[in-house]
Design a protein around this ligand. Structure first.
Ligand code: ROI
Length: 160
């Protein structure tokens, strides 16, 4: 199954966290990393009293179920120092979200796929567009159309 993972970090050297996450995704069982976007710098969505984020999107081809994949992503988050904090939308060392899992729509206690926020978040749409320009969502919406409707809000590619 082709699946897309959104990567986000704004703590503990975010560029390093994002790069390390991509290395960890490469090593997942029964999974191949097909592609990953550039790293992007983005203004925080939610509380503004936190550092800017580094965001990226990776494309996987996996034989894991969506829940198995979620378990693996949570292991990576924990291994990179993720803590469960009370504060909603607060800073995090690493966030790995399954934004798409094939053409499936999944709604259960642990997963909502497509990711509920992806359609309006510039830091998901534009990195995804970079590696999947012709993508169509399960509901038939073209990714390019969503991106065209979404302000970049200062989002820039990190060149280094
Ligand atoms: N804001 C940005 N720019 N990037 C993120 O990855 C991100 N992740 C979050 C919240 C706190 C909503 N804000 C974010 O979880």
């Amino acid at each position: 199954m082709i699946s897309y993972i959104a990567i986000g970090s704004n703590q503990a050297t975010p560029i390093k966290q994002a790069r390390q996450a991509i290395v960890a995704l490469k090593a997942l069982p029964r999974t191949q990393l097909i592609n990953s976007s550039s790293l992007y710098s983005s203004a925080p969505m939610g509380p503004q009293d936190q550092p800017d984020y580094v965001n990226a999107v990776a494309q996987l081809d996996t034989q894991l179920s969506a829940l198995q994949l979620l378990d693996e992503l949570q292991k990576i988050e924990l291994s990179q120092g993720r803590e469960r904090k009370a504060k909603r939308w607060g800073p995090r060392t690493l966030d790995l979200d399954i934004i798409l899992y094939g053409n499936e729509e999944i709604n259960n206690a642990r997963l909502t796929i497509p990711h509920y926020g992806m359609k309006v978040r510039e830091f998901v749409l534009y990195p995804l567009l970079e590696i999947a320009e012709n993508l169509v969502l399960p509901d038939g919406t073209a990714l390019s159309k969503l991106a065209a409707q979404c302000d970049k809000n200062g989002l820039i590619i990190i060149n280094d």
